[in-house]
Ligand binder design. Structure first.
Ligand SMILES: *Cc1c(COP(=O)(O)O)cnc(C)c1O
Length: 400
């Protein structure tokens, strides 16, 4: 066998092993725009409970019209990175608008939040510095930290005593600058970081605080500004990374919001910014329209909050275990991986699109259905969804 053939055989064996372990991810094909209901490729209309479309903006007429308008006035693509010839007036406008929305001095756009995190730590921290990271932080934060030369400390998830201990360790080991970094909201459990307490701990230790707001920007807090607003520390976070690909319209793109000098250095040195294409004009135009909507009214985040309460109450009344909280991510605990998959399959047959999560995405024995609420839902979709959960749960013996 040639070495190239051996290579392909080894790749096939690895894919087979994923399939044999029951961990193969199948992608269901959707034939419509994102919405409260969607049509799958086999022609069925189903209620959609698994998108990050928290505010229902993915197909909002005003957002789509603004994207169309930007397409007409600014073209389809810029064929350039930002510093060569990829910066338009709308890019600067969106950066200023995001900074003002998030309560920071400036913002820099990236092709994705994955890139924002990927280009953050290496640029800002050197080998004499320390980054102290929650152990359940998103993969892009973990990878971003790996790319940097900073000393790495991990604290147990949401464990502030351990955070203090790690900060003290970093001090003992002579760290110059310390950056604590956490998801604002953790996507598997919907856990909201205790940023008020974390901010205080950081201040006690002279540490900077950064958060990833991908599951928060647009709806957490009374004005939807994010976890920092929800936890009473708006304007007190050093670095905020986030995405345009979830609540803020759901297309793609990411950003880092911070003090002027931080953003300035990122523009000079951050590799995913320097060496990857500018965000498409249509997305930039759509995102500005999203901020117009969210700054004019809190109606969408208020409706999301009501829907979340309605669904959480309903599912608990049915007898399901959920992770408590008030985030629109509702983890419905099944514990057993096979049952979680069966429940998801049965729900799809009953017209509700949800996805089962199991090891290695969540710890062993913690399999679940992760439901996500959206402002586009109302009782006309949420009641039938709860009815389907009732029927499928009884059939599978998960609820009385
Ligand atoms: C979704 C997500 C990302 C990645 O966002 P993209 O813009 O799609 O790259 C990063 N961090 C967290 C916490 C996320 O949930």
């Amino acid at each position: 066998m040639s070495s190239a053939e051996a290579f392909y055989a080894s790749i096939r064996a690895e894919v087979d092993a994923i399939r044999d372990a029951g961990l193969y991810k199948r992608e269901r094909i959707i034939a419509t725009p994102q919405g409260a209901t969607i049509r799958t490729a086999d022609g069925r209309e189903v209620i959609n409970l698994c998108a990050n479309n928290y505010l229902g903006l993915s197909s909002h007429p005003k957002v789509m019209e603004a994207a169309h308008a930007a397409l007409r006035t600014h073209g389809y693509g810029m064929s350039s990175v930002r510093f060569i010839c990829g910066t338009q007036d709308v890019h600067k406008e969106l950066e200023a608008r995001l900074a003002s929305f998030l309560g920071t001095e400036d913002t820099i756009l990236y092709g994705s939040a994955f890139d924002a995190n990927g280009g953050l730590f290496e640029t800002l921290l050197g080998p004499e510095d320390a980054v102290i990271s929650d152990e359940l932080n998103h993969a892009s934060i973990i990878d971003g930290i790996r790319l940097s030369k900073a000393r790495r400390y991990r604290y147990k998830h949401n464990d502030l005593d351990d955070l203090r201990a790690q900060l003290e360790q970093a001090d003992v080991e002579g760290a110059r600058f310390k950056l604590v970094f956490s998801d604002g909201v953790f996507s598997m459990d919907g856990t909201v970081a205790r940023l008020d307490e974390i901010r205080k701990i950081c201040d006690d230790h002279g540490a900077l605080l950064g958060i990833d707001e991908c599951h928060a920007t647009g709806f957490m807090g009374k004005r939807g500004r994010g976890t920092h607003e929800a936890r009473g520390v708006f304007g007190k976070i050093d670095i905020i990374t986030g995405t345009l690909g979830k609540a803020l319209g759901g297309a793609s793109g990411g950003f880092t919001a911070a003090r002027k000098e931080v953003v300035e250095l990122l523009r000079q040195r951050s590799r995913p910014y320097l060496f990857s294409n500018t965000v498409a004009p249509a997305i930039v135009g759509g995102s500005i329209a999203v901020l117009d909507l969210l700054e004019a009214s809190t109606e969408l985040r208020d409706r999301l909050e009501q829907n979340t309460k309605f669904f959480r109450d309903g599912i608990v009344k049915l007898g399901y275990d959920i992770k408590p909280g008030d985030h629109p991510i509702v983890p419905i605990m099944v514990y057993d991986a096979e049952k979680a998959q069966k429940l998801a399959d049965r729900l799809l047959e009953l017209g509700v699109y949800v996805v089962g999560f199991f090891y290695p995405v969540v710890p062993k024995g913690q399999a679940r259905i992760r439901v996500q609420m959206s402002a586009i839902h109302d009782e006309s979709t949420l009641r039938p969804a709860l009815d389907a959960f009732a029927q499928a749960g009884r059939e599978l013996g998960l609820i009385p």
